[in-house]
Design a protein around this ligand. Structure first.
Ligand SMILES: [Zn+2]
Ligand SMILES: [Zn+2]
Length: 89
């Protein structure tokens, strides 16, 4: 349903050709937490769907679906919103 939209955004970003992270590095460095029903769900900027499941947050503080941001970081190591370096050692 949202696949087309997501893909074009991906392709646009990947054209910058910044190197992404390995899956192992992402798993080690990505901060994750569970969505709480009491908080307002944010929209994931990668797939444009509310983040009402497991949340992954970058060092800049922006948050996405864990699975979306994992896929993203494999391609490019910058935040999809603010373009800051997504993960730091
Ligand atoms: Zn998402
Ligand atoms: Zn950010």
């Amino acid at each position: 349903m949202m696949a087309g939209q997501r893909r074009s955004f991906f392709e646009e970003q990947s054209r910058e050709r910044k190197s992404g992270w390995s899956k192992e590095a992402i798993l080690k460095s990505l901060k994750t937490r569970n969505y709480k029903v009491s908080q307002e769900a944010e929209i994931c900027s990668i797939c444009m769907v509310k983040v009402d499941e497991k949340i992954g947050s970058l060092s800049c503080g922006h948050e996405f679906h864990v699975n979306c941001i994992k896929d993203w970081l494999i391609v490019i190591n910058t935040c999809p919103i603010c373009r800051r370096s997504a993960l730091e050692n």
